[in-house]
Design a protein around this ligand. Structure first.
Ligand code: GLU
Length: 337
């Protein structure tokens, strides 16, 4: 790109836009700082790119979900369709960043790069990490390496494929990492070191059609297990309006025998059931879980419960049946070849 890149920043709230009473306060309000103010606080950004900004939400990401993700995705596609923009940075809360990034990967077909970034410390904190993360996000998507498009999470010098981003700590600056792969690139000062790694998910853009519809996504609940839970989590679950269910099982997708039997019953009666795990780095395969593929219960592969729920609700919205949905999750699993 011979000219200065043009980057559009979309603010959605989160700690990156949070303000506390003092620079050391633990409490702060998410979404208190507009995107335009955020970019004004980033030294060197104007040398790097021509940056425009808008704020579409000003809240913690715990308040965002499929309705807001669709609004965000539509706006990203609209902005990317303009010749005046070379890439989009989304500022976001960290708490549901992994779901938002996975959703955007699955629905967006923009041919320009999108980087989600966030912060672990509010904008008013001593050593706030937001400005550096914002700079690194803009730097990354200005690079020729990312001109084909794709959804990324850029945090703490790491450029991570959006579908692989996981939050691993409630407080650490290096909370985000890539799983199951490694980072795509690392930001070093004003340069990028390309490392490798798969950039888009095996289903990138597969569910673009949901952006044309206004219906809400089907409800998918997550049931988390604890040691000694027996079959209580499923027998107590109110699954009346629930088209799909994700079980956050133990380890590699194990669960008490009685609960496995109940999961199989639910799958037979028409609820699409996926088994993931409550561990941080999930790998659940057909031979590791306590349930059986023959019973119609689907292993989540490397997708954690929250990402499994995103994929399952999009697949249900698309009208896919359990066998077709199993085929999608298989793309996130180890293959025997
Ligand atoms: N709960 C807030 C959010 O996700 C703050 C967490 C954060 O951004 O780090 O927006």
């Amino acid at each position: 790109m011979a000219r200065k890149p043009k980057i559009h920043v979309i603010g959605t709230g989160g700690t990156i836009s949070g303000a506390g009473d003092t620079a050391t306060a633990g409490a702060y309000q998410s979404g208190a700082v507009e995107a335009a103010q955020l970019i004004a606080a980033v030294d060197g950004l104007d040398r790097l790119a021509d940056v425009s900004a808008e704020t579409i939400f000003a809240t913690g990401s715990e308040n965002l979900g499929p309705v807001q993700w669709r609004q965000l995705a539509r706006r990203i596609e609209e902005v990317c369709a303009s010749n005046d923009v070379d890439g989009v940075v989304v500022t976001h809360g960290t708490d549901t960043l992994e779901e938002a990034a996975f959703y955007l990967d699955l629905v967006c077909r923009a041919n320009k790069p999108v980087a989600l970034t966030a912060a672990m410390r509010p904008a008013t904190a001593l050593s706030a990490d937001g400005p550096a993360n914002l700079f690194q996000a803009a730097l990354s998507i200005s690079s020729p390496h990312f001109q084909g498009g794709g959804v990324f999470v850029v945090m703490n010098t790491q450029v991570i494929a959006g579908w692989q981003a996981i939050k691993t700590s409630s407080v650490a600056l290096d909370s985000f990492c890539a799983y199951p792969g490694g980072s795509v690139a690392r930001v070093v000062g004003e340069s990028l070191m390309m490392i490798g790694g798969r950039q888009s998910s095996p289903l990138a853009g597969r569910f673009h059609g949901v952006l044309e519809k206004d219906e809400e996504l089907p409800v998918v609940d997550i049931v988390a297990l604890r040691g000694g839970c027996g079959d209580r989590p499923l027998s107590n679950a109110n699954t009346n309006d629930c088209k799909g269910l994700v079980i956050a099982g133990f380890g590699s997708g194990t669960m008490p025998d009685t609960l496995a039997a109940e999961a199989a019953d639910m799958a037979r009666s028409g609820t699409v059931v996926v088994v993931s795990s409550r561990v941080g780095r999930v790998m659940v395969s057909a031979h590791s879980t306590s349930t059986r593929l023959d019973d119609g219960v689907i292993p989540s592969g490397c997708l954690n419960p929250q990402k499994s729920a995103v994929l399952l609700s999009l697949a249900l919205a698309d009208g896919l049946d359990a066998a077709e949905i199993a085929g999608l999750f298989q793309l996130f699993s180890a293959s025997s070849q």
